[in-house]
Design a protein around this ligand. Sequence first.
Ligand code: IDP
Ligand code: MG
Length: 156
Amino acid sequence: MAIERTLILIKPDGVQRALVGEIVNRFERTGMKIVGMKLMQMTPELASQHYKDHVGKGFYDGLVKFMTSSPLVALAIEGPKAVDNCRKLMGKTFCTDAVAGTIRGDFGISRGLNLVHGSDSPESAQRELGLFFQANELLEYSRAVDAWTQNDEDRG
Ligand code: IDP
Ligand code: MG
């Protein structure tokens, strides 16, 4: 199975609400691997690059104001089908629609303040990881647990 990397952002509401550890845990406990991680403040320039597909939409200015208002945590997560797997863990875009058990369903009740960002395709992931991380900030390493979490052999 394809091992992918994806960009996750714990948005300013997640940091302000002291949910960083909780949210990191949701991804980490699946067996996916953290290969990059930083606390940072998003600039308007970075926001316009990151959200280039949303420029001009009605919610865009509010989105940039929110995303640049306070620090966020950027994570590079690696694992089998990491892009879709992370989106599944996040839940639907609006917390009001996200089901229980997902990050957005469990911790949010707002539409725009939805705690996390996750890349929506391997191509977006590659582009977005490049916006948030230098090449030397993305690490390659193995963990003993990988043999138990990222192995496709049928052990049935
Ligand atoms: P996603 O985060 O689930 O991929 P997108 O459609 O890519 O959702 O939208 C990016 C972000 O923009 C959302 O996570 C949310 O914070 C915000 N957003 C999208 N649509 C709306 C809206 O209609 N009202 C307010 N905020 C929105
Ligand atoms: Mg999106």
